[in-house]
Design a protein around this ligand. Sequence first.
Ligand SMILES: [Mg+2]
Length: 116
Amino acid sequence: MSKPTEKPIRELCAEARATAASKGWDSFMIGDWDNPVRKDVLPRCLFLLVAEIAEAGEAYRRGKMRGDHGFVDEMADAFIRIMDIMGAFPDDFHAAIRQKMDFNTTRPAMHGGKKV
Ligand SMILES: [Mg+2]
């Protein structure tokens, strides 16, 4: 098995969605927002993403940074959730990440004086 960082983001998204589908999960699809039957798929996926972020916060509070249910493990869960969601737009997602990362290099220190 290859390391996750060796694959382009669009391949990781496809893998995340394929695994989710193989386990019976319904991934967000283009057009769901106009489909009365599927319009709640994205909110459910976003809820599950937030739940993983909360688990990462709890792991940090417990001082467990590594290992099962540690901070890194829970952040990986969150990233997998993001890839599952954004697998609906893999090329746009890839381009947006590149564009945002490039833009961030041009921003002033502390984004122009923000406190945190
Ligand atoms: Mg988790």
